[in-house]
Design a binder for this molecule. Sequence first.
Ligand SMILES: Cc1cc2nc3c(=O)[nH]c(=O)nc-3n(C[C@H](O)[C@H](O)[C@H](O)COP(=O)(O)O)c2cc1C
Ligand SMILES: C=C(O[C@@H]1CC(C(=O)O)=C[C@@H](OP(=O)(O)O)[C@H]1O)C(=O)O
Length: 374
Amino acid sequence: MPSTIGTALKVTVFGQSHSAGVGCVMEGLPSGFKVDLDALDVFMARRAPGNAPWTTPRKEADSPRILSGLNPDGRTCGAPLAAVIENTNTRSQDYGNIMGVPRPGHADFTAWAKWHGNQDIPGGGHFSGRLTGPLCVAGGICLQWLAAQGIRVSAHVAECAGVADEPFCVANNSPEANALLARQMDALADGRDFPAISGDAAARMTKAIMAAKADKDSVGGVIECVATGLPAGVGSPMFDGLENVIARAVFGIPSVKGIEFGLGFESARVRGSQDNDPYEVRDGACVPRTNNAGGILGGISTGAPLHFRCALKPISSIGLEQDSVDLERMEPARLAVRGRHDATAVTRAVPVVEAVCALAVADSLLAWPAEPLR
Ligand SMILES: Cc1cc2nc3c(=O)[nH]c(=O)nc-3n(C[C@H](O)[C@H](O)[C@H](O)COP(=O)(O)O)c2cc1C
Ligand SMILES: C=C(O[C@@H]1CC(C(=O)O)=C[C@@H](OP(=O)(O)O)[C@H]1O)C(=O)O
């Protein structure tokens, strides 16, 4: 079962929620890059469990130990970079009642159908949201590498429990619109607790999440992500395009059920004259005036901000009783999930979306850069 992604920059993720630890191995990082481990810890803290009243109370430090891949100067040395995060706060007894009775909506049943009882169930095993920790280690390093080249990635909760945030300013590619987008990205980077642009939306989302939690239920949402500063010409046609590579990485985040780029599904409802992004000359370069394409045409970057939205389903582990099946007896069973679970994944998944976007963009830059003019 390979949990590996990437072409020039390969990342393998390993571990289970209740194993000794979870981690990643990165191959293909350019050498000589100084990794800021303190900044990485700050990034990891945005995803870590137990930071808000609606998140799982499982307490983990989530500070990665880098085992290899850096020289004594803290720079990438060309060898594979391996990192591990310890699991210190497991409580496997919480999973006693689901060992043979799969939770509707989690991967318990499909893991049983594949591995016939050999799978590691407690904490969600290898399917757990916990595996997004190592994704953040790998993606956090890529974010730093991209930032050094003027490429910035930012995400926010665009929608949660039916409450919408102010959207990113991405439909227009004018200098004024891009300046507003940069201000939105700055605001999201100010250390705020809730990753939304509008404080009012954050307050209403918090209320809706807490109401679902009080009902022993859960909610989903939409995360919107942008990457700015990516030059035109990066990517590849057909199967290794930016959309393909980003979508593959984003679907590695448990709970993600959909993704759309630019105008996305709405582009199916408008005319070509409305969807097309007309070109103009700006500072001697050809640039799209608008950005319905989400910064991608033919799998290759246009130079406009890269833009996508992904949908996350509600957390499946809820306290309400539901129908399931006792798999050993093949008899109906009722199941109320116990234990420590998030009431929504959307807030904690925002840095994860930034991380996988950075992985995909860094891999595309290394594997499929614009060719030099000959
Ligand atoms: C950051 C994050 C936290 C999550 N926390 C939980 C949780 O506490 N309980 C749970 O049942 N699922 C949680 N999930 C979702 C499950 O991991 C996911 O539903 C499950 O692995 C099945 O995968 P699928 O939903 O993509 O099919 C979380 C997901 C993410 C991204
Ligand atoms: C620990 C994390 O989240 C876990 C994700 C998760 C799941 O099924 O996805 C189930 C819970 O595990 P446990 O029952 O061991 O507390 C969450 O706490 C994390 O994301 O770091």
